[in-house]
Write a protein that binds this ligand. Structure first.
Ligand code: ADP
Ligand code: MG
Length: 719
């Protein structure tokens, strides 16, 4: 399913128009409230199919050719073929398991049909003597031609004159039902042109013809041009989509320019020893890198304006984003306002809290202020006390999980919101932030990400975002040595662990999430912990961290690891982001072939944070075929060859393609469903040029174009 459509499942608490309400508001299709929906309607909604136009734009993922009947004798092994013949045999056999086997004969040859799951009705349909039309993948086997689980119809009905679309669907929505819904949605949809001809599309394909063709292509089309989206009808659709994306981002930028944020000027143009900013710089145990200084200035400039900052801070793992965030917070507090810092998990938030409290709390205390801490798992009493400090303004800095933006929390004067690992926050949560500043003001927004997006992609995808990049690591880091080790050479890894611990160092051991079920994963991780504890022996302490553990327990384990009371920490990927224990110098990742490339890089970034030489061991298990799959091999190779996050991102993009690449980073933001930012560059250039012209000269048409393509999702783009 296209990731863009997942939006409909985002619980959009404060989002202006959640899809469900939009449905109720759509004039052509008044719907009862959620509870009254049929199963089919619910499934359609899950796919984002609400308005007629949504159906029209829901294009097939592939096609079946039911327009022809071929002679059995002319089919080759592997062909998906449609044949017609008379049933000559049909029986249920029980070797080795219950199955239905039928044979059909079309005069040219015979073909066996085999079903492991079947209904009595199918058996009846295949009665000896019946004439049937059968479709499926032809296998030339030992016993002659054979099709497993073919579709079977009565023979003799008229053949369709177009290819049959196959749509991506969900449980509860059978393909024929979805086809019917799309057909009627397409028939009803208003598909007039939104782009005036004088500035509009070149080429003969208009929107209606393109969509009709892509749903029901004529059989003479070269299928490859549909599959690679190069067909002129596809070009037209992709151009429309890119235009919608560019228009909506441009519009968002213009809207932001009209919004106002609190102006947070530096206290004085010269460094002022009395400012929190200067005092923080003075207590830091290190000097800033050039990149940190540059980015700090970019942020300072933004904060001094009345237009809300909307900046993405990209920096590889370990590049020192936290300090940059702390300095931005200090600027905000110096100007007399509050700052909120949010992290996606409690562990990560706790780490920030620990670090920032250490740096800032003494300085704030001298001003009668403090840092507050807000999370979901907090005791009510503590939370009430923190909330009160936020409301009174005594808490100049508020750190926590998304509890920070829960409706109950009221800020006295929020002016800056910092979001760490922004891609892990839902867009609805980012939207909720916007209501937290005073009056009509919007808070400045700084989003941080350790999974960089290549610059070109960022520019087209985040046309509405300014991007700062920390492209320099703090000095004194020794590069992490990465080794690929086959699973059966675990003993060597155990030796390495002993060696590290003998030097007073610590070790992470990461188990992959294997099963859908967290309980099973917990069992796996627990077994690994016990096994390692046994192998390593006393006095080495092996701890366990799993997402299923209660927060307090997780925090206790993290604290023990930070204090080196635990030397080896076995965990599932909960340590993925942000965790900072500089004494850890070895990272072992089990079943590394199962992780995504950026995820591996993030994990690896947990070591090499101190001065000690660090290593990362990627344990991999060859699959059933005795080999690791191609994509997995490319990922492992990239990990062994480079530790540069930007290079990793580039390779990740290459391996996965931009749709999936961005999808993994953007939970909830609408993605391009059809166009590809890296390959459709000509179309993108066209859309980029046209968008400002259209917004200026034809604002109403521009709005209609955005609504048509993005519907209620347009709001999410602005978050
Ligand atoms: P990330 O960008 O991954 O969030 P952190 O902010 O956690 O990185 O910083 C990684 C480590 O580097 C921390 O221990 C931090 O204190 C340290 N650090 C940050 N900036 C510098 C610097 N300029 N010089 C030395 N160490 C630094
Ligand atoms: Mg971080």
């Amino acid at each position: 399913m296209p990731a863009a459509l997942e939006d409909s499942s985002v619980p959009a608490k404060k989002a202006p128009t959640p899809p469900a309400e939009a449905a109720a508001a759509a004039p052509e299709k008044p719907s009862p409230p959620g509870s009254g929906l049929s199963q089919v309607q619910r499934a359609l909604r899950k796919l984002g199919l609400v308005r007629d136009i949504d159906f029209a734009l829901y294009l097939p993922m592939r096609y079946e050719d039911e327009t022809r009947i071929v002679r059995i004798a002319d089919t080759r092994d592997g062909d998906v073929a449609q044949v017609e013949g008379v049933v000559t045999e049909c029986e249920v056999v029980y070797r080795p398991r219950r199955q239905l086997i039928a044979t059909i004969d079309d005069g040219s040859d015979t073909c066996q049909l085999r079903f492991f799951n079947f209904y009595p009705s199918q058996q009846k349909q295949l009665a000896v003597g019946a004439k049937v039309r059968v479709r499926g993948e032809m296998r030339g086997g030992f016993v002659g031609r054979q099709i497993m689980h073919p579709t079977v119809k009565a023979a003799g009905t008229a053949l369709p004159n177009a290819l049959t679309p196959v749509y991506s669907t969900v449980a509860g929505l059978p393909q024929p039902v979805l086809r019917r819904e799309v057909r009627s949605g397409l028939a009803r949809a208003v598909l007039d042109e939104t782009v005036p001809v004088q500035i509009g599309f070149r080429g003969a394909w208009n929107l209606r013809d393109s969509l009709t063709f892509l749903h029901y292509p004529t059989p003479d089309v070269a299928i490859a041009t549909l599959e690679d989206h190069s067909h002129p009808a596809w070009q037209r659709i992709k151009a429309e989509e890119l235009l919608a994306q560019q228009l909506s981002q441009l519009q968002a930028r213009m809207e932001r320019a009209a919004q106002r944020a609190p102006v947070l000027p530096p206290v004085s143009p010269e460094p002022d020893a009395a400012s929190l900013h200067s005092q923080l710089l003075a207590v830091l145990p290190f000097g800033l890198t050039g990149a940190q200084q540059r980015v700090g200035e970019e942020i300072t400039r933004d904060l001094g304006r009345e237009i809300p900052m909307h900046r993405l801070l990209q920096g590889d793992v370990g590049s020192g984003k936290t300090v940059v965030a702390a300095l931005a917070a200090a600027r905000c507090i110096d100007a007399g306002f509050q700052c909120a810092l949010m992290a996606p998990t409690e562990i990560l938030a706790a780490q920030h809290f620990g670090k920032l409290v250490g740096w800032l709390d003494p300085l704030l205390a001298a001003r009668g202020q403090r840092v507050a801490w807000l999370t979901g798992s907090q005791k009510k009493k503590e939370r009430d006390e923190m909330s009160a400090a936020v409301e009174s303004g005594q808490a100049a800095l508020v750190i926590g999980t998304h509890a920070v933006i829960s409706e109950k929390v009221r800020f006295k004067s929020l002016a800056l919101a910092i979001i760490d690992e922004q891609h892990r926050f839902g867009v609805a949560q980012r939207l909720a932030l916007r209501g937290k500043a005073e009056g009509h003001l919007e808070p400045h927004l700084l989003m941080m990400s350790a999974t960089p997006i290549p610059r070109t992609l960022a520019m087209s995808y985040y046309a509405d975002l300014d991007v700062s990049t920390l492209d320099e690591l703090p000095p004194g880091r020794t590069p992490i040595v990465t080794r690929l080790v086959a699973d059966h050479r675990r003993d060597e890894v155990i030796d390495r662990i002993h060696a590290q611990i003998a030097q007073g160092r610590q070790v992470y051991w990461v188990c992959p999430l294997i099963e859908e079920s967290e309980a099973v994963d917990l069992r796996n991780a627990t077994e690994t912990r016990d096994e390692l504890a046994g192998t390593l022996g006393e006095p080495i302490q092996v701890g366990l961290l799993h997402s299923r553990m209660p927060t307090a327990e997780k925090q206790a384990v993290m604290a023990a690891f930070t204090a080196n009371e635990i030397q080896v920490l076995v965990s599932t990927t909960v340590i993925e982001v942000g965790v900072d224990v500089p004494n850890a110098s070895l990272m072992v990742i089990e079943h590394a072939e199962r992780f995504g490339l950026s995820q591996l890089h993030q994990l690896r970034g947990r070591v090499g944070r101190g001065a000690a030489a660090s290593a990362c061991v990627l344990l991999y298990a060859p699959g059933d075929s005795g080999r690791v799959g191609e994509a997995a091999r490319a990922r492992l190779k990239a990990m062994a060859e480079t530790s540069d996050g930007f290079e990793i991102a580039r390779r990740d993009l290459e391996i996965r393609g931009p749709g999936e690449f961005l999808g993994a980073r953007q939970s909830g933001a609408p993605l391009l469903r059809f166009a590809d930012l890296t390959t459709d560059t000509l179309l993108l250039d066209w859309a980029r040029e046209l968008a400002p012209v259209m917004l200026r000269k034809h604002p109403d048409l521009a709005q209609r174009h955005i609504d048509r393509w993005l519907g209620t999702k347009a709001e999410y783009l602005k978050a």
